[in-house]
Design a binder for this molecule. Structure first.
Ligand code: FAD
Length: 490
């Protein structure tokens, strides 16, 4: 027996070995520290239920003890949303034991999985049936279906298939008072009132605990091809996107952009990952095509499109991978950028989105403002250009002390980048979410009416404010004007 009655009750509900506490000598660091290792909190305990009923029991017990809950999947989130704060009061509810692939309906093109199922496991289950779950992130070997839905993750195929939200047909959710809301239906049409699924998707664990989902699948393409192009400017990259969309239509599934400095960092820290072209243009583009026609047809169409791009001077050189190994090597370069940045040292990261047409003007403006504020700052600019999503990351000037740079300039850099984003009609969070990292600045950039509606929704679904408090909304209180007036009600 511990001295904490909640912990005793949780142990009775899910089994002693599935409640981990530092007081018992358990190492909780994997649950308490975020992926970027910028934040380390302290959990009251980590509870690992093994079924939806157990999740509901855990939530009811936490509600009865007024204990805040932090849902956690693979803990790969990048906005400090899934790790506890420093108070030592928050219970980490890990979904990792709810990891089953429950059902695959090949005729309905759907896959039903539990929330703790790792994305890659779900992809493999689809593949084994000759189908495709078109959601792909560099973290797919660790992130979970619950996590990707809770953050409405994007990835590299959004251009064609949309975000995680667009791939979800049904959800099972445990509500803040510990009830099970069963919406596990694989329907493409269902207009029976408010679509609650879309409230929970992207809510980052602040409105309910996702315990299972029905995901949309598509037939596997007959051919998948990857190409790399050297591009002289951002305007040219945007023009290349337009050209490839016109020529390749819906077969274009991915369009990634990387600036030369991002590639220089990858080559420096991972010498086996050199760009495939001699042409060291200011930008490179990685394109992916998935075609229902065979490979010969798809390759001919892609090569003709790239030739036209070179004639139009929107690309200066290009190559199409000739094998799966080559295609993987190209993607490996792109996916190594965050790791190369980490090797180079601490940096300020941004996950922003803009109308594609505004990207060149935004980048020119933000880069000039950045150099004005921090002369010599190095810009690692890359991302899913096809979705208007940039990772506009800032590394300290060469030779400078990265920690001192971060301490002195992080807030300044964030403000100048986000203000420019707002001026160009963009978003301060494209795919990673708000978490606790951006919760304090959300009111500066979010429409005030939208923010007030978000507060009301939070209050309606989680009146005690116990689900992931401090994430997304700093204060989840009803505005005074909306609070019930006691005198009027008698
Ligand atoms: P966690 O990190 O555990 O949690 C994330 C948030 O969701 C937290 O707020 C948590 O409380 C909540 N949550 C988790 N599970 C549940 C649940 N079952 N119910 C309710 N709330 C829950 N993101 C992209 O969008 N696109 C990318 O291309 C991309 N690339 C990445 C590459 C790398 C190398 C890394 C490390 C991360 C990347 N991410 C990307 C971010 C991250 O992988 C995604 O946010 C992912 O969706 C998080 O899943 P997770 O299971 O790790 O969730």
């Amino acid at each position: 027996m511990s001295t904490d009655t909640l912990i005793d009750a949780l142990r009775a509900a899910v089994g002693r070995s599935h409640v981990l506490c530092a007081a018992d000598g358990a190492d909780l660091s994997a649950y308490e520290q975020d992926w970027r290792r910028r934040h380390r909190g302290r959990a009251r305990c980590v509870v690992r239920p093994g079924s939806t009923d157990e999740v509901a029991a855990v939530v009811r017990l936490c509600a009865a003890h007024a204990a805040p809950i932090v849902p956690q999947g693979g803990n790969t989130g990048l906005v400090v949303g899934g790790v506890p704060d420093a108070s030592g009061n928050q219970v980490v509810l890990s979904l990792q034991r709810l990891n089953r692939v429950c059902a695959l309906d090949a005729d309905n093109l759907t896959l039903t999985v539990e929330a703790g199922c790792v994305l890659q496991t779900a992809q493999q289950a689809a593949q084994a049936a000759g189908l495709w779950l078109p959601l792909s992130l560099a973290s797919e070997g660790s992130c979970t279906i619950g996590g990707v839905l809770a953050t409405n993750a994007g990835g590299t195929q959004v251009l064609r298939f949309g975000n995680a939200r667009d791939l979800c047909l049904g959800l099972e959710v445990v509500t803040a008072d510990g009830q099970i809301c069963n919406g596990l239906r694989g329907l493409r049409k269902d207009n029976t009132g408010y679509d609650l699924r879309h409230l929970f998707i992207g809510s980052e664990g602040t409105l309910g605990i996702i315990t299972a989902a029905v995901l949309k699948l598509v037939p596997q393409p007959a051919a998948q091809l990857t190409a790399w192009a050297a591009v002289p400017s951002l305007q040219a990259a945007v023009a290349l996107l337009g050209l490839t969309q016109r020529k390749l239509g819906p077969t274009l599934t991915g369009f990634e952009m990387m600036n030369a400095y991002a590639l220089e960092l990858v080559a420096r820290h991972f010498p086996d990952r050199q760009p495939p072209l001699q042409d060291r243009a200011p930008y490179a583009v990685l394109l992916e095509v998935a075609d229902v026609e065979g490979e010969v047809h798809a390759r001919a169409r892609l090569e003709a499109t790239l030739a036209e791009a070179m004639e139009a001077d929107v690309a200066t050189d290009a190559v199409v991978a000739t094998s799966l190994a080559q295609a993987r090597a190209l993607w490996h370069i792109r996916e190594s950028i965050p790791l190369a940045q980490a090797q180079e040292g601490l940096n300020v990261k941004h996950d922003i989105s803009l109308p594609v047409s505004r990207i060149p003007a935004f980048c020119a403006e933000a880069e000039a403002a950045l150099q004005g504020a921090v002369p010599g700052a190095r810009l690692v600019n890359f991302g899913h250009l096809g979705d208007g999503n940039l990772h506009f990351n800032v590394q300290c000037p060469a030779g400078a002390d990265a920690a001192a740079f971060l301490h002195r300039y992080e807030a300044t850099v964030n403000t100048l980048v986000f203000d420019a984003v707002a001026r160009h009609g963009g978003s301060i969070s494209a795919e990673h979410g708000i978490g606790s990292l951006k919760a304090a600045i959300l009111p500066r950039y979010q429409d005030s009416v939208a923010l007030a509606l978000m507060q009301r929704i939070k209050h309606a679904l989680d009146p005690q404010g116990l689900l992931n408090p401090g994430r997304v909304l700093v204060e989840a209180r009803l505005p005074a004007s909306a609070a019930p007036a006691a005198s009027a009600r008698g």
